[in-house]
Write a protein that binds this ligand. Structure first.
Ligand SMILES: C[S@@+](CC[C@H](N)C(=O)[O-])C[C@H]1O[C@@H](n2cnc3c(N)ncnc32)[C@H](O)[C@@H]1O
Length: 297
């Protein structure tokens, strides 16, 4: 047992984080280092047992230590992201159910939503589309930030939509948030003030180099074409048909962003800066998408 002869919170966090580092785990599915990963694991188990917040010198009981040990050992043996082992991920300060049908939420969209997509968005959006929604985190966080908006969560994967449904119910949004199976815009109806999308944007070479943690995630959520551009380009091509005249598209492409920027140099894509970390989300106005469409490329 990993936590054998351990007594306090501090000791167990030290033991777990050392073991995580020694095992060469990758962090990037909710935390970015071994210590935070150990804190997340222990805090979740304690919270689920209804315990008060742990202090560094809290003496932990044997059942909690056993459960934490087992989970830490599973994390090391399987290389599964901790969010899957806990069936929980956090996004915008909100708890989401996750399992291996969806990617673990980790998008810098959280910061944009927290700032109400200001200053670009000038008025409260009435209709919002979260395209490639996965477990629904981005669209649901938008729905909670803009309480008058109607929100559509769309994804090609019926598995992902089942997870999104659990999250819509978890956040009590069944009346305003709907789910739609759609291959990009194929089944989408009407126009939106805001389209948000964190689609697949990983190319074949990059996928082959990813740490083992990523292989537990559905490849449909990551891979798109040789360079990771196929779906992002498809969204840029067609979003204008689904945006109101003064609408905005916010599109994430992570580290693929320079390729997308070069591929659509005809568009004034506004690449956003983040205080909380991350990169690769652009914003583009419907009017600019329309202008680009009418000009030869
Ligand atoms: C990077 S994941 C993003 C999930 C979620 N938006 C998030 O930020 O955690 C991309 C999602 O796109 C979906 N997807 C892949 N191809 C699609 C397509 N052609 N049309 C719609 N959704 C697609 C996948 O099923 C996956 O859920």
């Amino acid at each position: 047992m990993l936590l054998k002869d351990v007594v306090s919170t501090q000791e167990s966090l030290e033991r777990m984080s050392r073991a995580f580092e020694a095992a060469g785990l990758f962090f990037g599915h909710g935390t970015d280092n071994a210590w935070d990963e150990a804190c997340w694991l222990l805090e979740t188990l304690a919270r689920r047992r209804g315990l008060p917040p742990l202090q560094v010198d809290t003496v932990l009981d044997a059942t909690l230590l056993q459960a934490a040990s087992a989970l830490a050992e599973q994390r090391i043996a399987t290389r599964k992201p901790l969010a899957y082992l806990l069936n929980e991920a956090w996004f915008c300060g909100l708890s989401f159910f996750v399992d291996e049908r969806v990617l673990v939420p980790r998008s810098p969209f959280a910061e944009l939503i927290d700032k109400r997509l200001a200053p670009l968005l000038k008025h409260e959006p009435r209709r919002i589309l979260d395209l490639c929604t996965g477990g629904g985190c981005i669209g649901i966080a938008c729905a909670l930030m803009f309480p008058a908006a109607e929100v559509v969560l769309a994804d090609l994967s019926s598995d992902a939509l089942e997870v999104a449904r659990v999250n819509v119910e978890r956040h009590g949004l069944g009346k305003r948030v709907s789910l739609l199976q759609s291959d990009l815009f194929a089944a989408i109806d009407g126009r939106f003030d805001l389209i948000v999308s964190n689609p697949p944007y990983v190319g074949v070479d990059e996928y082959a180099e990813l740490p083992p943690e990523y292989l537990h995630e559905p490849s449909l959520g990551l891979l798109t074409g040789a360079e990771g551009l196929e779906i992002p380009l498809g969204i840029l091509d067609r979003a204008v048909d689904y945006l109101e005249a003064d609408g905005w598209l916010f599109l994430e492409t992570g580290a693929t962003w320079p390729l997308l920027d070069a591929a659509r140099s005809d568009l004034p894509l506004l690449w956003l800066d983040f205080d909380w970390g991350g990169e690769g989300i652009c914003a583009v106005k419907a009017s600019d998408l329309l202008r680009a469409r009418s000009q030869p490329r």
